[in-house]
Design a protein around this ligand. Structure first.
Ligand code: FPP
Length: 253
């Protein structure tokens, strides 16, 4: 976090219009980072949280409006129970140690993902974090936790089908907007760029609908090693991309 909260309330003027408004991150490689150092995988996740703090600070400094990070996927339930418990405990610890700083730096936090399968105490914690930061107007930090793109779309379809069955919606009136409003990310702009660390080149069920036109940038660093130098490299790569959104003209938005 920057030491001076004023940095957040009066962000540096966005001199470079090529800064993406919304950055998504698949934070991959925590386990490999740890294993390469002869440490338990949990150490990699701890360093992963430090890298997340760095990323929040970078997004604030460079004027990124939205940051979405993939911190626990619906598919991560297949990991050993101890590791799952550890990642859950990290979310609790992150909130306990960083919530006041996030509030001081005007960060709005939202947790996107399924609430099903989460303990009541964790749900209350999530509600509390969202409520306490709801009025902040700086960086929007979206933590994808117990998140899966297919599950998100399935939940949206179920909701819309319910509206149709209840007679409140006609099938002919279903638009892309209807679906977008039923997603966890309702009201959040689509990511301009999705970064994946650790050299893997997959989307892995992250923001499937929202990422339809996102630029994908893959970096070799494991997530715990992601720093300002890597971030600047990603911005350079993003600046080189021509975004056409299915059209023919070069578009920047
Ligand atoms: C990917 O590394 C990382 C995860 C599945 C968990 C990510 C969690 C954090 C960075 C911290 C969580 C932060 C909060 C706020 C909960 P991996 O374990 O898949 O690494 P590997 O592919 O090298 O095994």
């Amino acid at each position: 976090m920057p030491s001076d909260p004023a940095i957040v309330r009066q962000p540096e003027p966005q001199l470079d219009p090529r800064i993406p408004a919304h950055v998504g991150v698949i934070m991959d490689g925590n386990g490999r980072w740890a294993q390469a150092r002869g440490k338990p995988r949990t150490e990699g996740h701890i360093e992963g949280v430090n890298a997340l703090r760095r990323m929040v600070e970078l997004c604030i400094r460079y004027g990124v409006a939205h940051l979405t990070v993939f911190s626990f996927s619906s598919e991560n339930w297949t990991r050993p129970k101890d590791e799952i418990n550890f990642i859950f405990s990290l979310l609790r610890r992150f909130v306990a140690s960083d919530l006041q700083k996030l509030i001081a730096h005007n960060v709005r936090v939202r947790i996107i993902g399924s609430r099903q399968g989460l303990e009541d105490s964790l749900r209350r914690l999530i509600d509390d974090v969202e409520a306490k930061t709801a009025h902040n107007t700086g960086l929007n930090l979206h933590v994808a936790f117990n998140y899966g793109g297919k599950a998100e779309i399935t939940e949206a379809v179920r909701h819309i089908a319910g509206e149709v069955a209840a007679g409140r919606l006609r099938p002919a009136d279903i638009t892309e907007g209807t679906i977008e409003r039923a997603l966890y990310t309702c009201g959040i702009p689509d990511p301009d760029v999705i970064i994946r660390t650790s050299g893997e080149q997959r989307v892995s069920n992250f923001l499937l609908w929202q990422g339809a036109y996102s630029e994908l940038v893959f970096v070799d660093e494991n997530w715990p090693d992601f720093d300002e130098e890597t971030f600047l490299r990603v911005l350079d790569e993003y600046a080189l991309r021509e975004r056409r959104f299915g059209g023919v003209e070069v578009a920047r938005r």
